[in-house]
Design a protein around this ligand. Sequence first.
Ligand code: HEM
Length: 66
Amino acid sequence: MAQVTSYQSDIRRLFTERDIQAMSKAFNLASYDAVKAHAAIIYDRVRGIGGAVMPPIPPGRFSSSQ
Ligand code: HEM
């Protein structure tokens, strides 16, 4: 039988404390209800739609050719 996906066990751990702090002015990434309420704009920004890709890639992670 398929496993049930849950915010607490599958999604929450994808966000670092830095992510949560950085975005706390806009919404609470540590809260299922807040992430659900902002799901559409979050999904857009992780694809780079509507602004810079979120989360920002840390400097030095990739070379400029990648
Ligand atoms: C998966 C969801 C997201 C994660 C993990 C995330 C993570 C972050 C992080 C780590 C920063 C800090 C960057 C830094 O200090 O260098 C940041 C800044 C920011 N994020 Fe997000 N973010 C998310 C979603 C969004 C969404 C949905 C929006 C807007 C619709 C957004 C708008 C911004 C803006 C405007 C900043 C400030 C950029 C700046 O300081 O120049 N983020 N985010």
